[in-house]
Write a protein that binds this ligand. Structure first.
Ligand SMILES: [Zn+2]
Length: 399
């Protein structure tokens, strides 16, 4: 382990994300999905030409007949036509290089048109086909355009300036729909600071009593707008466990704060189930076998409401989980499999976190369709550069 630690200094600048939510100084940064991260600036080459405005639509109709559905490419995020003044300089230059010097028409009479991806048709074929309609050999240039739809207005604006006029359709094929994210932010903005503060306090307590690392987690149930904590857990990996230097490895992995908090909810559901069943109580876990540490250890953990109101759903269905640190891969998978609705954490764990798609591991586990469950995820930033040495953990820690 290095001595490099993760503290509050790695909070991104607030203006980095226009989607951030300001509330009493604190704000949320929606995590990017793996698809959103991977598709940034992927481009394809397309043929463009300039046509007289009067013949613009007939030219496009010809192209659509020649190449139905653009040869299998979805170009709907691109403006099909663009005035010369609306395209980036290098596209204007491409146009200038192919413009017919003898042409009597001025640039105002012409409009640029995206013809087709270069991979689906040859330039020769296009020239020959268009000559029939336009009664002339048309000049064709090749430019690069974004392959996939932008996921934000900012991205569309950037691509318009860099490539070609691009349209943001207020939809997101690569992650949660923006309106769902903003509605969820509305829902949690009123009390998120409270849960994060509680998670921090739990983390400090876990560290100070020597139970584990400075990691804390709070699980919140929200019913009809009213939220309450139903599980509070600090890290307990070193409780009755050999320290790393004594051969204890990375500690008791089932006692990570997230695993403990989920186990607490599971325990509550199990007990509620047993009380309702005719078979009566099942024996408690025998002493010494409770490596899952699902029972409260710290006084602060006992302040959680001990029973979830909704016992119908699947384990943590619809619940929110607030973590001081980005959960490790194992804990992130547990969050996905328990079917949480939202996860919020403060410190990114670049080397070990399972949620971020743009860290070192790039797992982005909160939004992977192949895992059959997706949830919303944010980084919470307290807004002020509040140093808290008590919450520092090693960079390589699996939180
Ligand atoms: Zn973990």
């Amino acid at each position: 382990m290095t001595t490099e630690a993760v503290g509050s200094q790695d909070c991104p600048e607030q203006n980095e994300s226009p989607a951030t939510l300001k509330h009493g100084g604190s704000y949320l940064i929606p995590l990017k999905t793996t698809l959103e991260t991977d598709t940034v600036d992927k481009v394809i080459s397309v043929f463009i030409t300039a046509v007289p405005i009067k013949k613009a639509s007939s030219t496009l109709n010809l192209i659509r007949n020649l190449l139905p559905k653009d040869g299998g490419f979805d170009l709907q995020h691109l403006r099909r036509f663009a005035k010369l003044a609306a395209v980036p300089t290098h596209v204007r230059d491409s146009y200038a290089s192919i413009a017919r010097p003898s042409d009597s028409s001025s640039p105002e009479d012409e409009i640029l048109l995206v013809l087709a991806p270069t991979s689906v048709v040859s330039q020769k074929f296009l020239v020959e086909s268009l000559a029939v309609l336009l009664l002339d050999e048309v000049p064709i240039a090749t430019i690069e355009v974004p392959l996939l739809a932008p996921t934000s207005q900012e991205q569309a604006t950037g691509w318009t300036a860099k490539y070609w006029p691009t349209i943001y359709k207020k939809s997101n094929p690569f992650g949660p729909h923006p309106s769902i994210v903003s509605r969820a932010e509305e829902e949690i903005r009123g009390d998120m600071d409270k849960w994060m503060e509680l998670a921090r306090e739990t983390a400090r307590a876990a560290k100070s009593v020597g139970a584990g690392e400075a990691v804390g987690v709070v699980i919140v149930e929200r019913v009809n707008g009213a939220a309450r904590p139903i599980a509070i857990a600090g890290d307990a990996r070193w409780l009755d466990w050999l320290r790393e230097e004594d051969g204890g490895g990375q500690g008791n992995v089932t006692a990570h704060a997230t695993m403990r908090a989920i186990a607490m909810v599971a325990g509550q559901l199990r007990r509620a189930d047993q009380e309702n069943s005719e078979q009566g109580a099942v024996p408690e876990t025998p002493a010494g076998e409770d490596i899952f540490r699902e029972l409260p250890i710290l006084p602060i953990e006992q302040t959680a409401v001990q029973e979830p109101a909704n016992t119908d759903g699947y384990l943590c269905h619809g619940l929110e989980i607030y973590c001081t640190h980005e959960p490790c891969v194992m804990c992130s998978m547990a969050i996905v499999h328990s079917r949480f609705a939202k996860v919020v954490f403060e410190q990114r764990m670049q080397a070990t976190g399972g949620l971020c798609a743009d860290g070192e591991l790039r797992h982005g586990l909160f939004w992977r369709k192949e895992l059959n469950w997706t949830l919303l995820a944010w980084q919470w930033c307290c807004g002020s550069q509040r140093e808290d040495g008590n919450l520092e953990v090693a960079r390589e820690l699996n939180a």
